[in-house]
Design a protein around this ligand. Structure first.
Ligand code: 6CS
Ligand code: FE
Length: 299
């Protein structure tokens, strides 16, 4: 267990609680005037809502190349048998593939693309590295939900991420529509931390990445957050990016459309916020879920 002061205790107390965030959302003390790809309005929106949609950041041709690569990875038996491959709870179809920035040159290029890295620099105001990468495939008709959660809650408890100084980019490889289980977010939820209830089982990731229960908010806290901010499900066209903070409450539903919904997901963490000992379980999760030894500042 971590010896650092735990600013965000979770899965410890017998009852859940909602407390104010103790870190800034935008980290540059110079404020929103800093140069970078995000406009002042976009930065303020991110600060207020905990996310912002960046339309058409990538071209259809670039996304088609990524989808081809995803198809090839999905057909590769060795990839499907690897630890990085997470299957759907019932059908066994490929649900997520982690650490794609390590196993695929195309996805490494996407993760390191200045259009994403410079945005991360702007929000986090420091050098950044990839904490986690994955592609989520959400297969046609049967792709299963991701229940409500704050990513930071898991990264803090299970990986030892000390502070809220990471940002995620969900790159839409296919269109995200109201029918195919798009990302749903609670605007403003990133200003509060939901301390969750329950003990983390050993090797929790083996089940949580298929269907998460521990580390999800209690209904009352979730209702409070939604009463304050509502729920939005941005329709992100292929090539668009949903940039969201590490503590923004989010979820996604089942994909009932007859075609897959595929997104690439990259988490940029500040080099000043590297993971240490987990605040929860004794054993840190594997490197493919949380970079701890391979830290390469980008850009
Ligand atoms: O366990 C994790 O690290 C993660 N799980 C979810 C459902 N979202 C973010 C992250 O990939
Ligand atoms: Fe998540």
């Amino acid at each position: 267990m971590s010896t650092l002061v735990d600013l965000y205790p979770s899965r410890i107390a017998p009852s859940p609680s909602l407390s104010p965030r103790r870190d800034p959302v935008l980290h540059d003390p110079a404020g929103v005037e800093t140069r970078g790809p995000l406009s002042r309005d976009a930065l303020l929106e991110f600060e207020r809502d905990g996310f912002v949609v960046l339309d058409d950041l990538f071209s259809p041709g670039e996304m088609a190349a990524c989808l081809d690569e995803l198809g090839a990875l999905g057909r590769d038996e060795a990839v499907r048998a690897s630890e990085e491959a997470i299957t759907e709870p019932d059908s066994g179809a490929l649900r997520s593939l982690f650490a794609v920035h390590r196993t695929s040159e195309i996805f490494a290029d996407l993760a390191e693309d200045p259009r994403l890295v410079e945005v991360a620099h702007q929000v986090l105001a420091s050098d950044v590295y990839i904490h986690q990468s994955r592609v989520n495939l959400k297969p046609a008709l049967h792709g299963q939900p991701f229940f409500w959660h704050s990513d930071f809650e898991t990264w803090h408890v299970e990986d030892g991420m000390p502070r809220m100084r990471a940002v995620s980019a969900s790159v839409a490889l296919t269109d995200n529509t109201e029918f195919n289980g798009p990302l749903m977010l609670v605007p403003g939820s990133h200003h509060s931390f939901v301390s969750c209830v329950g003990e983390t089982p050993d090797d929790h990731y083996r089940s949580s990445l298929k269907r998460q229960e521990i580390g999800t908010p209690d209904p009352e806290s979730l209702r409070t957050l939604v009463e304050r901010g509502g729920i939005v499900a941005p329709k992100a066209k292929a090539g668009s990016v949903v940039l969201f903070g590490c503590n923004t409450m989010h979820a996604s539903g089942v994909n009932l459309a007859p075609y897959p919904r595929s997104n690439a997901f990259f988490v940029y963490n500040s080099v000043e916020n590297r993971v240490g000992e987990p605040f929860g379980p004794a054993r840190p999760r594997p490197e493919f879920l949380a970079s701890r030894s391979t830290i390469t500042p980008l850009g």
